[in-house]
Design a protein around this ligand. Sequence first.
Ligand code: ADP
Ligand code: MG
Length: 280
Amino acid sequence: MRAIAVANRKGGVGKTTTSVNLAVALARAGRRVCLVDLDPQAHATLHVGVVPGSHPLSAYDVLAGDESLATASVPAGDNLVVVPSHIDLAAAEVALATRAGRESILKSRIEADPRCKGTAPDAFDYMVVDCPPSLGLLSLNAMAAVDEVLLPLQPHFLALHGLSKLLETIELVADHVNPRLRLLGVALCMHEAGTRLATEVGRDVEAFFEASGDRHPAWSAARVFATRIRRNIRLAEAPSFGQSIFEYAPESHGAEDYAALAAEVDQAAACGRDDVRRAA
Ligand code: ADP
Ligand code: MG
C-alpha cells in the first residue's frame, strides 16, 4: 500500500479538493483506496457524501480511543472507503498531548490492519490522508504514518514560503520519527493558465528542488507534477452535493485534471519500483 498525506500548513490551497478527487480518480482506475479525513472540519468526509456524525465512529476514536481503522471505515463508493472526520477531532490534539507515542498512533493502527499489508484479498493499494491546515499532532500523525507527502500549492507570491516550512517539517519528521518519509511532489492547484505568476511559481519550485535536493534526501526525488489543476468552478460546487468531480461534472476541466494527476501519481509508483529494481 502506498500511503500519501496531502499537506500544507495553509488553508484554502486545495488540500481537501485534491485528497478527495485524487482518491476517487485512483479508485475509478481500479485501485482500492482508503481516504482518511484528519481535518476536524470534515470537508473531505462531506465531499465523498458521508455526513459527519452519521456513523458512530470517526478518526477521533481511532486516534484518541482504541478503535481500529477497519471499524471506523465507511464505504464511500466503488473501491473507496473513508475514515470520516468529526468536529471532535479538534479535541484529539489536547487528548493526546500527554500520551507517550502520541505522534505514532495512526502508524500503529495501519500496522495492525491486514488490509494495509498487501496480502489480504481486499488490501488497499492507496491510503490518502487529508491533513488539517496546521502542523500539529494530527498532521504529525499523518506524516509519521505515510511514506509520501503531496503538497498542493496555489500559485501565489508567498507560495515558496509555505513550501519551505513544510519541507522543514518533513525533514524533521524524517530525521526523528519516520525515516521513510519523502516529498512525492508539488501539485499546482487553482492554476490560472497564461498568467505570469502561475508559470513563475512552477519554475521557481522546480529550480528550488534542483538547487537544494542533493543535500536533502527527503525531497531530492520530488517533482512539480506536470498536470496543473486549473481553476474550475465545478470543483468548488461539487462538495456541497457530496460528490467528487467525477460524479458531479465528469466532462469538466476539474475531472480531466484530477484524472491526469492521479495517473501521474500512480505512474510515480511504477517509476519508483523500476528505480529500486535498477539499483538492486
Ligand atoms: P484546503 O483543504 O487546503 O483548505 P480546499 O480544497 O478546501 O483547500 O479548497 C479551498 C476552496 O477552494 C474550496 O472552496 C474549494 O472548493 C475551492 N477550490 C479548490 N480547488 C479549486 C480549483 N481548482 N478551482 C476552483 N475552486 C477550487
Ligand atoms: Mg481542507
